[in-house]
Design a protein around this ligand. Structure first.
Ligand code: HAS
Ligand code: CU
Length: 552
């Protein structure tokens, strides 16, 4: 078996290419993050939107910019860049067709710019789920399509590179981090077929006036076909780091190489056919199919449980090697002074709560209580904004010094930043969960709502306080990264950061079925067909048309 252990350096050109992804990602985050706190402040009764007139028109414009730039652009740009690095480092070879990957990246950049035009002009305040019959300017749909196509092209670049490596290394096993990168991309490419079909066959013809109406139920079904696995596109790069990089940073090893591989294959298999857990209340989906998707949702939670055990076992190994004793002494022995490690540990702790909340959501009966309430943004701020985002922040704390050859600017401040994110998120998301249970709706300017009962007020205030802490934390992060990249002290030869890749604890052979895409891809497609085809055929044959509305 092969696990790359020797240091391998990217070429300056490759480093620059990964760096461009980070610039796109962090630029999106820096604009998108302006609006999150504005929403939180509005909930707490400090509505700042009137002061932003006439530049930003409404709460909903802000909420859309926040969701699109943070949840869609920051993540996708970071992930494609990070997976480029892990593919090259894993295979210890350059991209097979670098120009293909460059093309993918620039298509993504054009897509972001095209999306930004209607967003900033308040012509696409349809939120990040862009449910019809709310109708955005067509540029919004075209821009998002380009972002997705750009990410696909980068994915093809990974596959060609994997195939070239395979030819050069007959009989060897794909190195884990490269395999995990391509599995993530393959899952994403199956997943995004839903939104691609939604945009090309429904939204664009409708936005261009070629058809009079749109079938709302069909559009929602296509959307959630993509919408759920989208969350694993955010999560899996964090898992890649937790499995194969974090243990090395903490002084340990990858606890089980084969388990890590199995987890990624299971995600490829089960991530997509679960979208109806977002549509439990939708009238056009038969109960039997909601049941099937609910069972499959519990199946896709399983690899995360495996991850919790395996990653924590790897961390325990590291902690004990560092001298930690007793039941919990190993936790104390972990490097709590390393901001990259701490960000990822705190992201994992927050994900415990987010994951339990996810399993709660997946239960049909309980979902009826929390659906469309503030509980849901409470859930996803622990997942996409913590498990993924806080991990990505932690990764950049070594990645930017690696790419630039500079030292991280004030590591103590980076530590404070990670803890601020953790504390801000605990306050914010706990308040949102409680508000949801009390019946507070999501996607609503609650500060203005006339029906708010007194018992919500304390929790709304906590939303504002949590939001304020997160606001400081995110701009502190951006400041630290900018200072490191553009003004950081040059690292000496001995201080140069290398890419952390953990060795497996046991070098056991990997069975052939865990080193080939074919059976897993066939299984994934089959499950999708079983879980979706009958409902989609029914919805397509009974499609009806609604006109578009501009509700903002
Ligand atoms: Fe979810 C709604 C179910 C995971 C994101 N989810 C959402 C929405 C988003 C989102 C964005 O079934 C809202 C969409 C919208 O706008 O309407 N979710 C689940 C389930 C899981 C889950 C079953 N979600 C995620 C992840 C996300 C994410 C991951 C983003 C990254 N979710 C739902 C459902 C809804 C939903 C319903 C619809 C609600 C509604 O009605 O609208 C599972 O995958 C979760 C499994 C996770 C675990 C946790 C394992 C714990 C680990 C931590 C290890 C700890 C470490 C730290 C390493 C079982 C791995 C150690 C530290 C030391 C110090 C030692
Ligand atoms: Cu979901």
């Amino acid at each position: 078996m092969t696990i790359a252990t020797a240091n391998y350096d990217l070429t300056p050109q490759e480093k620059k290419f990964v760096g461009w992804h980070l610039i796109l990602a962090i630029s999106a985050l820096s604009v998108g993050s302006l609006f999150g706190p504005l929403q939180a402040f509005e909930h707490a009764g400090w509505d700042l939107y009137p002061y932003l007139q006439p530049v930003f028109k409404s709460y909903y414009q802000g909420l859309t910019i926040h969701g699109v730039l943070n949840a869609l652009v920051w993540t996708t740009a970071f992930i494609t860049g990070f997976l480029t690095l892990t593919t090259i480092r894993g295979l210890q070879r350059s991209l097979r067709y670098p120009k293909l990957n460059y093309t993918g990246f620039w298509v993504m950049v054009v897509g972001v710019l095209v999306t930004a035009v209607p967003l900033l002009a308040n012509n696409a305040s349809v939120l990040y789920t862009f449910y019809p019959p709310m109708k955005a300017d067509w540029l919004f749909y075209v821009g998002l399509t380009l972002v997705v196509i750009g990410s696909w092209i980068e994915g093809y670049g990974f596959y060609f590179t994997m195939a070239a490596w395979r030819k050069e290394h007959p009989g060897e096993t794909y190195p884990f981090i490269a395999l995990a990168s391509s599995v993530t991309m393959a899952m994403w490419q199956i997943a995004t077929l839903g939104v691609a079909i939604e945009i090309l066959t429904l939204l664009l013809p409708w936005a261009w006036g070629m058809v009079g109406g749109i079938d709302i139920q069909l559009a929602r079904t296509y959307f959630w076909f993509t919408g759920h696995p989208l969350v694993y596109f955010w999560l899996l790069p964090a898992y890649l780091s937790w499995y194969a990089m974090l243990p090395k940073q903490a002084g340990g090893k990858l606890f089980s190489d084969s388990m890590a591989r199995l987890v990624f294959w299971l995600f490829l298999l089960t991530s997509v056919p679960v979208g109806f857990h977002h549509q439990y209340v939708d009238p056009g989906v038969p109960d039997s199919w909601k049941f099937i998707h609910s069972i499959l949702t519990y199946s896709v939670a399983f690899p995360s449980m495996l991850t919790a055990f395996t990653v924590i076992a790897g961390l325990e190994y590291a902690g004990r090697k560092r001298g930690g004793k007793g039941l919990f002494g190993w936790i104390k022995a972990l490097p709590w002074d390393d901001p990259s490690v701490v960000s990822q540990l705190l992201a994992g702790i927050l994900f415990f709560f987010g994951g339990i909340g996810g399993i709660t959501n997946a239960s049909y009966n309980v979902n009826l209580v929390i659906h469309n309430t503030a509980w849901v943004p409470g859930h996803f701020h622990l997942t996409v904004s913590s498990a993924a985002t806080l991990s990505f922040m932690g990764i950049t704390y070594w990645l930017v010094p690696y790419l630039t050859g500079r030292k991280l600017w004030k590591p103590k401040w980076a530590l404070i930043q990670a803890w601020m994110w953790f504390i801000g998120m605990l306050i914010f998301s706990n308040a949102m969960h409680v508000l949801g249970l009390l019946g507070a709706p999501r996607r609503t300017p609650l500060g203005e709502a006339p029906y708010v009962p007194a018992e919500w007020n304390g929790h709304l205030l906590r939303v504002g306080i949590g939001g304020a802490i997160l606001f400081v934390a995110v701009y502190l992060y951006i400041f630290i990264i900018a200072k490191t990249a553009f003004g950081g002290e040059k690292a000496s030869e001995s201080e140069q950061v290398t890419i952390p890749v953990a060795e497996p604890l046991h070098a056991s052979p990997i069975p052939a079925w865990m080193d080939t895409f074919k059976p897993w891809l066939i299984g994934a497609v089959l499950l999708v067909v079983i879980a979706y085809a009958p409902v989609l055929i029914d919805l397509i044959t009974h499609a009806v048309g609604s006109p578009g509305f501009r509700v903002w």
